[in-house]
Design a protein around this ligand. Sequence first.
Ligand SMILES: NC(=O)c1ccc[n+]([C@@H]2O[C@H](COP(=O)([O-])OP(=O)(O)OC[C@H]3O[C@@H](n4cnc5c(N)ncnc54)[C@H](O)[C@@H]3O)[C@@H](O)[C@H]2O)c1
Length: 440
Amino acid sequence: MTLEQKIRSKQLTVGIVGLGYVGLPLAVEFASKGIKTTGIDVDQTKVKSINAGKNYIDDVDDEKLRSLVKKGSLQAADNYNSIGKLDVIFICVPTPFTPNKEPDISYIVTATEHIAKRLRKGQIIILKSTTFPNTTEGYVKPILEKASKLKVGRDFHLAFSPERIDPGNKKWTTANTPIVVGGVTPECTQLACMVSEFVVSKVIPVSGPKVAEMEKLLENIFRSVNIALVNELAQLCDRMGGINMWEVVEAAATKPFGFMPFYPGPGIGGHCILIDPYYLAWLARQHDFQTKFITLAAETNENMPFYVKTMIEREVSKMPTSLRAAKIFFLGVAFKRDVDDTRHSPALRVMEILHADGAKRLSYNDPHVADVKINGTRFTSQKLSAAALKGADCVVITTDHSSYDYEFVVSNAKRIIDTRNATKNIKKNRDRIVLLGDGV
Ligand SMILES: NC(=O)c1ccc[n+]([C@@H]2O[C@H](COP(=O)([O-])OP(=O)(O)OC[C@H]3O[C@@H](n4cnc5c(N)ncnc54)[C@H](O)[C@@H]3O)[C@@H](O)[C@H]2O)c1
């Protein structure tokens, strides 16, 4: 049976390499469509957890995962032995940057090498990890072809289809967010689209992997640039005084066309928006091109934790204490609202740079994050009690989790630095609040 026949008759088997924020929800979607799905991850804790029916990703329904594993539709392995039995293999491994902010595609390369050794005719490999244009054709394809002696388009298929999942977003999920697919050949595109249509409501084919790789970077860099714009304006509003940047954005957002609201904050984090501008800048340099505008936006956003640190220092300097002695209590260390992901979290960055500068009485609360390491020191989430708020010289709202009772926070804290406009609906005790982008 050809791959197309297997897809049409739903007799295909799917493998997902990398069972993190992207891979596990995708695996659960395929398994819940009645397709036998195997997850592969080098992290044995994740593999054991799945095989025991235990979920570890907020976006995945605990009960759904448990029943899929029990039924045998979903299983996980810490090795690549099953590759030969799979028809479709998605690669969802990390794409971080190096300490010098250059792309690190070593996870893609390693995963591809493991697959290449076991590749057989008729399979399709779909790369989902965010990466720079030409990764699929310039890196993945040669590894697969060389080790297997098979040829893409003739013996097996290869496509790039970037992931768009927004962890914590209840409205837009894996199932209802359209995705883009670019195959190495038209048939690769067609087959990758057919496979994706099992789990995604709308699939948009493009002319090839490079367009799909570039469009994903455009999506994320678009966010980076627009967030940098409002972060710069927020600093200007602070400097001028008397203009609330949040109100400015809300007012501009009443324009029904040509404007899209973005909000200031303590910086950007996560595994995408912070990293992706550097992936493109690195590639551009190879073509004697400097992505000045994009790099400036990334720098503006990376400066925001330093800006928040300055806000904290300014408030502490008005108190009968020093930065070293001040008790600073952070609310929220996840990189954004209602998630447990702390990768490149701006909140952690603020804590790190304060800690490095001698501020040692730092503490935090985060309902989603039990503990963190700041410059090698372990901190555990503290109870968000009236006593903890009252005891702090300064409370900094770094992540606006929706479970927080902001009225309770403001009524108990002496001084609040709000970097997210989380206290916008609080009417009482506003004189205690210093809002980023409000000129106070
Ligand atoms: N998290 C998001 O919101 C998001 C959204 C869109 C795109 N992406 C992109 O998707 C990719 C994956 O991101 P993520 O957030 O799921 O990462 P993650 O760190 O949550 O998960 C990646 C998984 O891959 C595993 N892994 C690493 N090397 C492996 C190997 N050689 N073989 C098998 N497994 C391996 C890791 O153990 C981990 O479980 C990245 O390129 C990211 O930029 C992420």
